[in-house]
Design a protein around this ligand. Structure first.
Ligand SMILES: NC(=O)c1ccc[n+]([C@@H]2O[C@H](COP(=O)([O-])OP(=O)(O)OC[C@H]3O[C@@H](n4cnc5c(N)ncnc54)[C@H](OP(=O)(O)O)[C@@H]3O)[C@@H](O)[C@H]2O)c1
Length: 221
């Protein structure tokens, strides 16, 4: 049975990604940081609906000791999905708020890739997907300064690891706005936004993994 680790895999986009991998017979390793209720609910629904093997990995992935403690033998797919934002005026941004977003959205994915990517390279196969954002294409704004820096950084992380890896495939996906708790907008304002569906993005993640596994996509190095 193939194994997938999805960070932030118990809510929002991560939960949809978990569903699609469950449907496709993967053993799931779902990371989250604090929301136990959602994590247990997600695990129960995946076990009931797809009879999946689900392992919950609670922990803050921006901490090296947490990532070092994740033990998964022969991981096939790593989806670096967990993320946070901090939307505010430039004048309200602080050293702490900037650092925190960089830690969770960028440094955590370096830690995970150093651990699991290098293990995958050693065993000779594996696929890694980073979830970035379309802010890095054309939706950036100063209110999301540190988020945009981190999400652009993921692109370079993927490109540089791709130069190193011989066996591991790595790719970045940059979705548009999705209707998750990250966008905590009042319902009356929501109708003014056009959201991308989380299940469509999740399908794209699996499709990209399958394409890279079958060698049908050119990996940019
Ligand atoms: N929503 C959008 O419009 C949008 C658009 C483009 C890209 N994205 C990206 O898509 C990804 C998923 O976003 P989402 O909207 O699904 O977010 P979400 O609903 O807020 O869920 C975030 C998930 O990440 C986990 N998490 C947060 N900090 C963590 C940490 N330090 N260590 C481990 N897990 C942590 C949360 O765990 P808990 O449940 O325990 O809190 C939760 O499971 C993010 O990378 C985001 O930047 C989102």
């Amino acid at each position: 049975m193939k194994k997938v680790l999805i960070t932030g895999g118990t809510r929002g986009l991560g939960k949809e990604i978990a569903k699609i991998f469950a449907k496709n017979g993967y053993e799931l390793y779902l990371n989250y940081v604090s929301n136990d209720d959602e994590a247990f609910k997600t695990k129960d629904s995946l076990v009931n609906e797809y009879h999946s093997k689900v392992n919950l990995l609670k922990g803050d992935i921006s901490k090296k000791e947490v990532v070092d403690n994740f033990k998964i033998d022969g991981l096939d797919v790593l989806v670096c999905n967990a993320g946070i934002d901090n939307v505010c005026e430039i004048t309200d941004k602080t050293y702490e708020s900037f650092k925190r977003v960089i830690e969770v959205n960028l440094i955590a994915n370096f830690l995970l890739t150093q651990k699991f990517g290098l293990e995958m390279e050693k065993i000779g196969h594996g696929t890694i997907i980073y979830i970035s954002s379309d802010n890095i294409i054309d939706k950036n704004d100063y209110v999301t300064l540190e988020y945009d820096v981190a999400k652009y950084g993921l692109l370079m992380l993927a490109k540089d690891y791709a130069k190193y890896f011989k066996k591991v495939k790595i790719h970045t996906i940059a979705p548009g706005w999705m209707d998750t708790s990250m966008n905590d907008i009042p319902d009356e304002v929501k109708c003014e936004f056009s959201f991308v569906s989380t299940s469509e993005v999740a399908k794209l993640v699996l499709k990209q993994v399958d394409l890279m596994d079958s060698g049908n996509v050119e990996v940019i190095r």
